[in-house]
Design a protein. Sequence first.
Length: 794
Amino acid sequence: MGRVFQTGRLVAVCLLIGGCLAGGTSAWGAVQRGENLLQDPGFEADAAAWEQLDDRAFDTREKHSGKRSLRCAAAQSKGAYGVRQVITLDPPVKHPLLLSGWSKAEGVTGQDYSVYLDIFYADGTPLWGQTLNFTHGSHDWEYRESIIDVGKPVAKIEAFVFLRNGKGTAWFDDLRLTLAPFQWEDLRLLPGLYGGLGVDVAGGLSLPGKWQVALIRGGREVARQEGSGRRLRAAFAGKAVPPGDYTVQLSATDDALGETIQRRERVRLRRTDSGSYAAWVESAMVRVMPRALPAALPPRRPQAQIRLAKGEAESFQVVLLPAPERPLRNVRVRLSDLVRRDGKARIAARHLEWQQVGYVWIEKTWRFRHPFVRDLDPGWWPDPLLPVEQFDVQPGFAQPVWVTLTAPRDAAAGDYTGRLQILADGEPPTTVTVNAHIYDFALPVAGRLKNAFALMDGFLEQVYGPLTPTLRRRYGDFVLRHRLNPDDISRTAPPDPDDIAYYRDRLNAYNVLNMVQERGKAAWVCYSEPSTYTPEFKARLIERLDPAVAELRRRGLLDKAYIYTFDERGEEYYDIIREYFGLVKERYPEIYTLTTAYVDVDPAKMKALNIDALCPVTSRYNYEQAEAARREGLQVWSYICLGPRYPYANWLVEEPLIEARVIGWQAYREKMDGFLYWGLNIWSRKNNDRVVDPKRGPFLDFSITTGYEYDDLNGDGVLLYPGPDGPIGSIRLAAIRDGFEDYDYLALLADRHNGDWEPARAACLPVTRSLTEFTRDPAVLLQARDRVARQLER
């Protein structure tokens, strides 16, 4: 799984209004910034700039500007409706592209609602499926823009404007495809960040270039720092910076065309008590990059605010940023008990834990620039959560400490306060006040969202050697604390009944067997070829399953069992699916069948193939179709893997961290019967055959990049790291945990309404309206969650 989701290749064949098209064509010579590469971008001309653009495709009543717009109407959920234009560039151009435009929608659902580019390099290789996506549903004219990085000179671009595999009506107007502009992004200037004289500057450039930051006083340059790339970071402090009024002068020249931009900002530096580092509190839904600055000057006495139910875990970050030339040595964290305001209740400090956020090296990031992620440069990216006792921090490096409170199930409700102290050699302690509100309800022991996240023995064995029951359960207990089942959709040997009995009260689903060839010495087997499914194979399968199922049945452990097979298989497997899932239903009727096979979410088709639970990828999940299946007693799950990506949510390393949490809300809003992910520990990349030693520092020599043709795919199938004695978690796994706990809030709210989902589904709306419309603002999510919690406390 996770290796076949590629939308671009589907587009370049034959999609639009009635079949394969030659396409309208425009040719360009030398291109300048600001020139629109699209001909007739407002659909005003009668010339055939766009293939299949006739009078019926124009709309003179609905337009953003001018006299008309392009209207695309889809009555069926399959096929594509729109137009195409081919752009040739001679000479080829190597330069990031800016794609923008306006669109209006009425009742748009389904997969693609976008301007969609297939890019062809001069050497003949493609860059498929670069999209400008608009919001599904119904809305007035909205503007979108996206920057697309290209790796090589571009010779041709196929531009599609369409609805694909969806329904509704969309209007498009005022499209632009230009060379991306060179400009400043997200600049921050913070004087006195460390409590003394000095100023810190951070920000970015829209394109790679060489930059300079100069500090000027009275017309004289006092200090200068320079660098290159898309991100800039400068810090001025020390004797060279006396009190007074200064100008910060920024200058940058881009690498592509040599354009220079400048900016000036005035700052006033005042003499105050000097410190050696800054400390601030950050949300656990925000990824803190090494060059980060706080959004504003942090308070001298930082405070962390968390709210959680009994039996729930919730995290926050404390970020440490040493001043220039002032490294922090031997940093330790001391945690106190949390005491309720009335003094009558206490949560012991042992329920609080902390880890140092570690880093993995990302060589190449996704060429599509996520509009909600500014820092997409290669380099060190935060992900693992390292259990250490102390650590060092270098000057200018923003180092988060990840803090988690797990509220005891018997905790008294109310407001609690405690302290977190940062200690470092030669430095006065920094105290962070921890304020925790414990809601007056408890989460269920077992999570309510069924899930199948594969924790694979084969990759554990690759690192640790033969597995011991102790190590296996150490991993199992760890993932259960993150609301995930210690499960494996790819297992080719039935689970140990003792393990299932040990986990029983905490899990909600488990796989009995993947009906494929046994893996032997291989790390895993995803699927088997059709030729595998012979009468002899079937007989051996029955010989393995019969006694295993009988023992699970004898011990009363089949109530949460399923059999997963036919991972992302197509029509050539339909007869095999029918036969082997039929075998399951005949011999083991207590066990339901689950698959990600490419089958329509149609009750008749599912029943004909003996599929009890079908699991389409989120970009193919359709609420109405899923509801129709559920009315027939069937289940519809969903999943993500290497895709889909923006505008859908994912938890790959470069996606906004909050998206990993939002998926739990989406699962509830869409009434998904379960959620599947192909791997927690696909340790098949560079240096994945060894344990990670947290004591060696935060920079891991452990790749999470898939490689080969997916050399810009980072974090797919890796949410755990192998520690010396057991699992090391990640910030993404913690966010998934939080999202699944949020799902439990919503499920409890439905219980309060006698099982009616709708009040809780309505409560999701500030967070998510659909699988492509959702917030990326932590405050919005926390406010919605708090409103649900207060309803549960009534």
